[in-house]
Design a protein around this ligand. Structure first.
Ligand code: ASP
Length: 617
């Protein structure tokens, strides 16, 4: 036996016992003939005490950081107790000791506040993983994994593995491909998700499936994405949207309870995609705080007016009555949006100038920012006083739901950019005001996404979710009865397909999409229509998805499901912005594993076997 206890196990109750520990040397502190060593393993730290006057040979061997050692001795009550660690009342009075393995000097300190930079820690990830902070993240990940499995198992879900070597059907993201040696010139693809397999499992009668599974997408890595990531992937047969929402709301609540001891008892709020875009400017709103967007003006096509009474036909679409003035910036803008920042009416000139600079940054791309100060005494003051009498300022501030003491921020310009900028500004203000708290969790279902988006350059519809998503039941006819073709691409908004809503849902947690899915198409005719709408010829659809179309002819049950982004869910529960912190061996921003130095070249012999020649430009 290498050890009788772990380095986190011993307490004052064991005082007097003879025990053996094994672990890594965290620190060595020498005081004359006495040496203290902090010994660390996965479970904690125990102080070892070497007393030369009692056992001289212990000091004969030099001991370095991260050496692996074994120590036997007596558990001793410490005179100088450390209340910060669970083993802090005791130490091990060492009588026998051996070095099991030496260590080179580690390139950074293995401590919570390490001196190692990101690259260095990734290169030596096996050392980084010894650090408490990283270990806690992996422990949390495992806790989420266990909790999900328990819940799904209790609800009759079966974990069924699906293949990693599949066929390339690029639609959405790009596939990673793998050459086949046995079938020269042919390639497998790694799955972007097990989507079609889980649907086939429904056809096979496994009516509740799940898998905690790797997915692979060869995308340009936007911030905090990984080319391989993990999903909690689920599918159910004989369900409608409501069944799915209930079941998986239950799953996330269970994870909250098991992992964070949070009783999330309230029903998860639901909003439509349109409401999300209207009120928050994006489809994954953070609802930990209010600051909803007031739509003061918008192009006719955009969204229906919610408060039609105060809206007039303006120069450029519908606008709030109080917007009428000679202010050319608002008059020429496609859209005017406002938010009320709580308690900010006393911002100084310097602060408002700084905010204006913030919205002018290229990432935000606005030309300027208009302020309305809602003073505590009930008066209003604005950067556009010249154009707006106080009554109008008040009406605009009221539209933004501003209270005395608030500062209304107004952005104007092109619809898409302004909506995104207002959404970004809302998040920025919330961060500055401390309204995005790491320990507060707010779930949200976003429903009724559009089924299609129109890709004007390609002159075809693309599936917003994926091609297997069903329209809302009452809109199936609209899809069946209308041909997808559009003669004039600029008129796509007039095509009936523009208004079809998907039977799809996203789960949002604190402003992050943590999961999404849909009720699926399960009839061949509708699936064929969908492929045609996406611009696929019949041959192409058969070539790529013949197996699925065929399966739909053999008694496919109604079904639907969803997948959670497992890495992201863990990161949010761990209060972190970065999924990388929750993956044992992550890739960097360029998709490289810097520890393995992968990807890398392969041998000529391998090329030969694969009958592949490189032709690098
Ligand atoms: N397979 C989908 C995805 O990866 C999720 C789903 O529809 O179940 O986004």
């Amino acid at each position: 036996m290498y050890r009788t206890h772990t380095c986190g196990a011993l307490r004052i109750e064991q005082a007097g016992q003879t025990v053996t520990l094994a672990g890594w040397v965290q620190t060595v502190r020498k005081f004359g003939s006495i040496t203290f060593v902090d010994l660390r393993d996965r479970y904690g730290i125990t102080q070892l005490l070497f007393n030369e006057s009692l056992n001289a040979k212990l000091d004969a061997q030099p001991l370095g950081r991260e050496f692996v050692v074994q120590a036997t001795g007596t558990v001793n009550e410490r005179s100088n107790k450390n209340a910060n660690i669970p083993t802090g009342e005791i130490e091990l009075l060492v009588t026998e000791f051996s070095i099991l393995n030496k260590s080179a000097v580690p390139p950074f300190t293995i401590q919570d506040d390490t001196d190692g930079g990101d690259d260095l820690r990734m290169k030596y990830r096996f050392l980084d993983l010894r650090r408490n902070a990283v270990k806690r993240n992996l422990e949390l990940r495992y806790a989420v994994n266990r909790s999900a499995r328990n819940y799904l198992h209790e609800h009759q879900f079966m974990d069924i593995e699906t293949p990693f070597l599949i066929k390339s059907t690029p639609e959405g993201a790009r596939d990673f491909v793998v050459p086949s040696r046995m079938n020269a010139g042919q390639f497998y693809a790694l799955p972007q998700s097990p989507q079609t397999f889980k649907q086939l499992l429904m056809v096979s009668g496994y009516d509740r499936y799940y898998q905690i599974v790797k997915c692979f997408r060869d995308e340009d890595l936007r911030a905090d994405r990984q080319p391989e990531f993990t999903q909690i992937d689920c599918e159910m047969a004989f369900v409608e949207q409501e069944d799915i929402l209930q079941m998986f709301e239950g799953l996330v609540k269970r994870i909250f309870k098991d992992v964070k001891n949070i009783d999330y008892t309230e029903q998860v709020k639901r909003i439509t995609w349109e409401e999300a875009m209207w009120n928050y400017g994006n489809d994954k709103p953070d609802i930990r705080f209010g600051m909803e967007i007031a739509n003061l003006k918008f192009p006719k096509h955009a969204f229906p007016t919610r408060n039609a009474a105060v809206f007039n036909e303006g120069t450029n679409g519908a606008e709030h009555a109080a917007l009428a003035s000679d202010f050319s910036v608002f008059n020429s803008a496609e859209t005017v949006l406002a938010i009320a920042a709580p308690g900010c009416s006393e911002y100084t000139r310097k602060q408002t100038d700084e905010l204006t600079e913030w919205v002018k940054r290229p990432q935000i791309g606005m030309k300027g920012l208009v302020f309305i100060k809602c003073n505590k005494d009930g008066s209003y003051k604005s950067s556009v006083d010249k154009f707006y009498p106080e009554t109008q300022l008040k009406a605009l501030a009221d539209a933004a739901n501003a209270q005395p003491g608030d500062l209304v921020l107004v952005l104007a310009g092109n619809e898409e950019r302004t909506r995104k900028a207002t959404s970004d500004l809302r998040m920025e203000m919330a961060s500055r005001l401390g309204l995005r708290k790491n320990d507060e969790f707010k779930l949200l279902w976003v429903l009724d996404f559009p089924l299609f988006e129109y890709a004007e350059e390609e002159n075809r519809w693309v599936a917003r979710h994926h091609p297997f998503t069903s329209p809302k039941p009452d809109q199936i006819e609209v899809m069946i009865n209308n041909e997808p073709t559009i003669a004039d691409a600029s008129k796509y908004l007039e095509h009936p397909y523009s208004n079809i809503k998907a039977n799809a849902y996203d789960m949002v947690l604190n402003g992050n999409e943590i999961g999404g899915g849909s009720i699926r198409i399960y009839q061949r005719e509708l699936q064929e229509k969908m492929f045609a709408a996406l611009g696929m010829s019949e041959e192409e659809a058969l070539h790529k998805f013949g197996f699925l179309l065929g399966a739909f002819e053999y008694g496919a049950p109604p079904h639907g499901g969803l997948a959670f982004g497992f890495d992201r869910l863990c990161a949010i529960l761990g209060g972190s912005e970065s999924i990388r912190d929750f993956i044992a061996f992550p890739k960097n921003n360029s998709g490289r594993d810097v520890m393995l130095d992968a990807p890398g070249p392969i041998d000529q012999k391998q090329f030969k076997e694969l009958q592949i020649k490189l032709d690098l430009a």
